[in-house]
Design a protein around this ligand. Sequence first.
Ligand code: FEO
Ligand code: CA
Ligand code: CA
Ligand code: CA
Length: 658
Amino acid sequence: MTENDRTPALHVDEAFADEHSNTSGNPHFSEVFQARRNLLKGGVGMAVAVGLFGKAGFAEAMLPEWAQGNPAAPTGPLLGFNAIPVSRADAITVPAGYRADVILPWGQPILGSYPGYAGDGSNTAAEQAQQIGQNHDGMHYFPMSRGQAGSAHGVLVFNQEYIDANTLHPNGATTVGGVRPSEEVAKEINAHGVSVVEIRKQGGTWQVVPGRYNRRITGATPMEIGGPVRGHALVRTAYSPNGTRTRGTLNNCANGHTPWGTYLTCEENWANYFVNRDAVPPREHKRYGVKTSSNYAWETAEPRFNASTVGAGSAQDYRNEPNTYGWVVEIDPFDPNSTPVKRTALGRFAHENVAHSKPRAGQPLAFYMGDDTANEYIYKFVTRDAYTPGRSDGSMLDHGTLYVARFKADGSGEWLPLVFDDAGFQAAAFAKGVAFESQADVLVNTRLAADVVGATKMDRPEWGAVDPRSGWIYFTLTNNSSRAAGAVDAANPRGPNAYGHIVRFAEYGGRNDAIRFDWDLFLLAGPTTDSNKPDNSGPLDADSIHASPDGLHFDERGLLWIQTDMSGNQLYAGPFGNNAMLVANPGTNEVKRFLTGPVGCEITGVTSTPDGRTLFINIQHPGDEPSRGASHWPDGGSARPRAATVVITREDGGIVGT
Ligand code: FEO
Ligand code: CA
Ligand code: CA
Ligand code: CA
């Protein structure tokens, strides 16, 4: 008998990201900050009067020359479009003079026998593996060639974060005698992962090229384990008894790319795909939230998702399978036969995105990363080797130092090394009664290592973005319902933090390998009654109110694109309307709403062609909560909603945003 076990259209990201598992005693710097908070209580606008940008209370003249002002940021012209109002339409809205075209929706065939999208959930698992997956997220455009031709022909790579069983299958997820049908599970696994698609601009519109680069990477694709954890006892499984390989990448949220032309995909809420029913689960599961039940109950059909101890040893079961997740994965978009590599030196957590530093001659590269769970941390990885254009490759990501951030109340900050051999790290671990046995052990347990050194608990770090001109690093802190009023700190000044904010920092001396930085708050998101503009001139206005900032991207001209991921009452009942994309000019401190999305969606993923004349974004989970707002985007009528990519161009062919 088939029991129709229809799962609600769960917004996985929001539903689970708030489940914080950080029980460490790390300070929120509340005591230090309380004095200043009292001082600043007079107005929200004053709450950001800290940091390196010459705002009240911190004289610019005190700063080193490199940190004064933002000379490289664009100071004009002002954002060249009129802000659009908030919207609740089941449609994409962009400013006058712009157009938005939908490409690559879930189900579009891109390879193999190009099986057509059925529309009713009846495509098979094998067909899904040849079609675009569900719930598009982070994305990057790789030009096919240098020069202008590269802005009309390239490879678009994007993540398929998770699935909605209600749209994926004819009648939602089912179980038979407590077991998920293997065909359904296979289809769900194939709807996850990454899509690689060759696209070309023809006659003014972008088309899919049925080319040899097209590829689906799924939750089942064989992967190499690279870096210090490769071969370690904690990643040995029945599939790979020597701990060098694993299968699949899951819950690929946001992304990054490398200066040598590869794509980086980030594994975020992977813990929810596994179960561990041992009486005492190991720390490398517990600290990440692996529980006794999973999102999709794949463990009932696929033994590798059961991380309980069931065999005689780790080569006989999948107790270590979750340890092969939680990484940044490198993919070569121009080699469809390449094996993706999990780059373990960058640490294991709920990775949101990874943003590389400005390449600086003779310096190593830095990669900035957020751990998107309430009260988790911001990290950076510094390569051991200097970046050499034309020479550097993925091995750069296997050797280097992982740091975690401590934000201090005086507007400075420290990068704390998570290095097994470091005397300070060992002393900190000893003082906390925590033992590590190798750098691989530190990396598998990155969160615990960060707890030990006293990193600053942040309000759900989402995307980081690096200003290509100044090199400054911006991060969204999306919200944190669990931050208590008495646990605020300078970098996380609201408790609870319902609306989120954006922090930015500059490395000391402009060095990618600096161990100090200076920071301030760029803006506080929220309604006009509780927000703050970048120039501290007052709250956000009708043109710029937004909440739960998430996606973040600097274009080549130094404009900062901000995407929102509101959910629940904030999305369906607040003053903000549907999720939106805004653009800020850090040179002029303008912020304007540029795009609004269809009902129930999240706006995420953002990348441009090198000429800036095409901007690509993704629409994720339209119609996320059908009971609060049905969506039939983009097909209309009574069609099932589909995540898709949106191509934004100017009708006059000009540069988007300026
Ligand atoms: Fe998948 Fe933190 O967003
Ligand atoms: Ca999401
Ligand atoms: Ca996100
Ligand atoms: Ca989010």
